[in-house]
Design a protein around this ligand. Structure first.
Ligand code: EPZ
Length: 426
């Protein structure tokens, strides 16, 4: 078991560089299998989810080489359209292999994907899209199989602008015959990055970033070189950390248009935010003001920053309201924040956050972003906090303890073996 041990109340100061976006890297890694020739992908973060997807891809027959944030994938030897069931359960994004292999081979089989336990996480919209393209879909005892002699384009209206469903349908439609139109599509920057990569591979995709995407199927794709966009959620987490510790942090390698909803809320809370070409400076000088936040699909306030901003709201001057509309179970971190002294009440999809001091205790990360929120609360709290089950955090934050230490945080990663505690880094 590995823990983070954090001594709070240190001002965070300096420069921190954001890594490539996990949620763009994952579908892009999967999409590389659709090409005839190798791809080189840059700024791929060192994360557990990426490790697992690379293993899945290798087990399907591709040659995968990883070095210094760069991944080389040669898909020419892919011969196995069946995803390793154990690995598939470890990450949500394993289901992208369905769209990829359906387009490439007309067949794929996987177990239902894993990922954070933040809601029901159905894949009905993905399957509805595959069916509309002419695929047969079978689901039995948690195993999903998709097959088609040929795929042909169609008009698909998504009942909800699901990120995963938009991506999966876009992947399959890229190698289908004719035109596919996805209406009420998601608009997240990560799927725009995927579409940019597919386009340099030879795909014909228009309207990405709007709510209607048009895809003209092509016969084949060639591998390409592509650099992944910066991770807006990691950037947002560091921006919040600066405001929370009364610090001054320059967050480097962030595309400001991707974090506009956070910038707006931080400014409303009285935090100084200065945008620059290379990054964003965040400084807290004055008392924070309470604000209300509702999570929404992009370009609304991201659900993936809801747990982290909730911690910041505990330091505001009055009660704040947070409404979670994307995931029905994304308040699991609240129990743990309460152990650190937070005064938060949940009523269905809403939570009321009252101001109060935070102080150290032993807590457990329940999911990726909830775990990040616990780290933030520990940084702001008096005394020492121990955070267990940090493997959730390591699924989505590259070297978070080193990046925070670089800003002056007192954070250590501790491995516990046979009841003995051993320091492994700071
Ligand atoms: C992506 O998940 C991200 N994961 C999530 O980030 C993020 O929270 C989410 O988008 C929303 O922004 C990856 O990119 C790997 P959705 P995804 O399909 O694609 C419902 C993180 O912390 N829905 O947009 O799974 C669903 O239940 C992770 O990095 C259906 O009803 O999200 C949810 O309520 C966690 N049927 C809503 O749509 C479907 O077929 C949004 O889900 C699919 C989704």
């Amino acid at each position: 078991m590995t823990q983070f041990r954090v001594k709070g109340r240190k001002k965070l100061e300096g420069v921190v560089k954001v890594s490539g976006a996990k949620n763009a890297a994952l579908p892009i890694l999967a999409a590389s299998l659709m090409a005839e020739t190798p791809s080189t992908l840059k700024d791929i973060p060192e994360l557990r989810d990426v490790d697992n997807l690379c293993q899945i891809i290798a087990k399907m027959g591709a040659e995968v080489k990883r070095e210094d944030g760069q991944v080389y994938i040669d898909p020419s030897s892919v011969n196995n359209p069946i995803v390793d069931f154990e690995l598939a359960r470890k990450l949500r994004a394993s289901y992208y292999v369905l769209g990829v292999m359906l387009g490439r081979e007309g067949f794929a089989r996987t177990s239902l994907p894993g990922g954070c336990n933040i809601g029901n996480r159905p894949i009905d919209l993905h399957l509805k899209g595959f069916k509309a393209l002419g695929a047969e879909v079978n689901m039995d005892h948690g195993i999903v199989e998709v097959k088609a002699d040929s795929l042909s384009g169609d008009r698909i209206y998504l009942d909800y602008p699901s990120v995963g469903a938009t991506i999966n349908i876009m992947l399959a439609a890229t190698l289908a015959e004719g035109q596919t139109v996805i209406e009420n599509s998601a608009r997240e920057p990560e799927l725009v990055d995927l579409a940019n990569y597919l386009t340099i591979m030879g795909a014909d995709i228009k309207g990405v970033g709007t709510d209607t995407i048009k895809i003209e199927g092509v016969d084949q794709l060639e591998g390409a070189e592509h650099r992944i966009i910066p991770d807006r959620i990691e950037a947002g987490t560091f921006m919040i950390s600066a405001a929370l510790t009364e610090g001054e942090v320059f967050v480097e390698n962030v595309l400001t248009e991707h974090v506009k909803p956070l910038i707006a809320k931080l400014k409303e809370m009285n935090v100084d935010v200065e945008e620059d070409i290379t990054g964003i400076k965040v400084e807290k000088k004055d008392q924070l003001k309470s604000v209300d936040i509702k999570t929404l699909p992009y370009p609304g306030f991201p659900t993936d920053l809801q747990p982290q901003i909730m911690v910041l709201l505990t330091q505001a001057d009055d009660t704040s309201l947070v409404i979670e509309t994307v995931w029905e179970n994304r308040f699991m971190h609240v129990d743990e924040l309460q152990r650190l002294g937070a005064d938060i009440k949940i009523d269905g999809h809403s939570s009321l956050i009252k101001p109060g001091n935070l102080s150290g205790a032993e807590v457990t990360a329940t999911d990726l972003r909830g775990g990040a929120a616990l780290i933030l609360a520990a940084l702001a709290g008096e005394g020492v906090t121990i955070i267990n089950d940090i493997q959730h955090v390591e699924r989505g934050y590259e070297n978070i303890e080193h990046k925070l230490s670089g800003l002056g945080a007192d954070i250590q990663k501790v491995s516990l073996h046979n009841n003995q505690k051993k320091e492994t880094g700071s």
